[in-house]
Design a protein around this ligand. Structure first.
Ligand code: XMP
Length: 363
């Protein structure tokens, strides 16, 4: 066995967003001609590379409709009964797509994904009737028991299946090999704005690092599975950066929280409007008990892995999507690429040093 000192000295560098930047590159495509076409999963194409997170303060039917209408996709959260969630799937499916950019499923109707626990066979059956994709929604997918139960669901459904969350190359290599069919990988553990998993457990995988690890695993396996970067994404630049590391789309919680399409009431305080945003491992989200199995499998599940709070009300999500998407195009252009696929091939990344950080100017 290696010595403990060796273990210490060979610690990997798990880069996070603030550690990295994109270097400018020769650009042949004008910003407005840049394509953000991509895939969410093997069979679902997106015109906008944005995915709304399965959180109960972010994605219910209204958000899923808005996301798909605007070329992205929503993943319905699972902190509700399978009946309620299936009804929401139906609501999205029955919405007539208006925009030509709308994301559609094989059935030609608006596309929608739905989160579930890898043990929830009954929910999988109900969701498989209409949802286009099933998203296994656990903080740490790579465990023996989860692989065994997920395999049963995968073998019983014809829907696209997304596995996650994944933090390392080994997580992805072993899970994909064990499961046979996988249509998407959700990468990043503990990096979310409302996550305290890493503070509490010291375990996690920052999203840029997790994405690069997943992309290498997929390359090494010689297969073609889209990667969804998830957790801690705040800006369009963060999104472009994960494309440079091999991601195909970006999942947002905080980035969409506070918009009109999120579930929940608007709260007015001192003349300003706010909406609630909470981690699915926060005390209040877990009180419903339907999401308890998402977090550390300690039997008792008696500690929090997320926080809750308020975010400023942002108005309609369409504006948020539009602004993000044009800024993502600008980032891609700065990096000298013309598309998301080209980002993976061409973009160059630099490490941020103390000197890169600008002086604070009061505005
Ligand atoms: P952002 O940064 O977009 O992150 O708000 C959203 C992602 O965070 C994850 N998530 C959690 N992780 N405890 C965690 O450790 C939690 O309570 C929690 N709730 C959500 C999830 O991957 C989501 O997409």
């Amino acid at each position: 066995m290696d010595t403990f000192t060796k273990r210490l000295e060979s610690a990997q560098i798990a880069f996070n967003f603030d550690d990295l930047m994109l270097l400018p590159g020769f650009s042949e495509t004008r910003s407005r001609d840049i394509s953000t076409d991509t895939r969410f999963s093997t069979n679902i194409r997106l015109r906008t590379p944005l995915v709304s997170s399965p959180m109960d303060t972010v994605t219910e039917a209204r958000m899923a409709i808005a996301m798909a209408e605007n070329g992205g996709i929503g993943v319905l959260h699972r902190n509700m009964t399978p009946e309620e969630q299936s009804r929401m799937v139906g609501e999205v499916k029955n919405h007539e797509p208006v925009s030509k950019n709308a994301t559609r499923g094989k059935d030609g109707r608006l596309a929608v994904a739905a989160a579930l626990a890898p043990t929830d066979i009954e929910r999988a059956k109900m969701l498989s009737k209409e949802a286009d994709a099933l998203v296994f929604d656990v903080a740490h997918f790579h465990t023996k028991s989860i692989l065994e139960s997920a395999k049963k669901i995968i073998d019983s459904t014809d829907r696209d299946v997304i596995i996650g969350s994944m933090g390392t190359k080994e997580d992805v290599m072993h899970s994909v090999k064990a499961l046979g069919r996988v249509d998407g990988v959700r990468a990043g553990i503990g990096g979310g704005s409302i996550c305290i998993t890493t503070d509490v457990t010291k375990a996690g995988s920052p999203t840029p690092f997790a994405v690069a690890q997943a992309a290498d695993a997929i390359d090494e396996l010689g297969i073609d599975i889209p990667i969804i970067a998830d957790g801690g994404i705040r800006t369009a630049g963060d999104i472009a950066l994960v494309f440079a590391l091999g991601a195909d789309s970006a999942m947002l919680g905080f980035g969409l929280a506070g918009t009109a399409e999120c579930p929940g009431e608007t709260i007015t305080m001192n003349g300003k409007e706010y909406r609630g945003y909470r981690g699915m491992g926060s005390k209040s989200a877990r009180e419903k008990r339907l999401v308890n199995d998402r977090y550390a499998d300690t039997g008792g599940k008696n500690f929090d892995e997320g926080i809750e709070g308020l975010v400023p009300y942002k108005g309609g999500v369409v504006d948020v999507i539009d602004v993000l998407n044009s800024a993502v195009k600008a980032s891609i252009s700065y990096a000298g690429a013309g598309s998301i696929a080209e980002m993976a091939q061409k973009a160059r990344i630099a490490r941020v040093t103390g000197r890169t950080i600008k002086a604070e100017i009061k505005r």
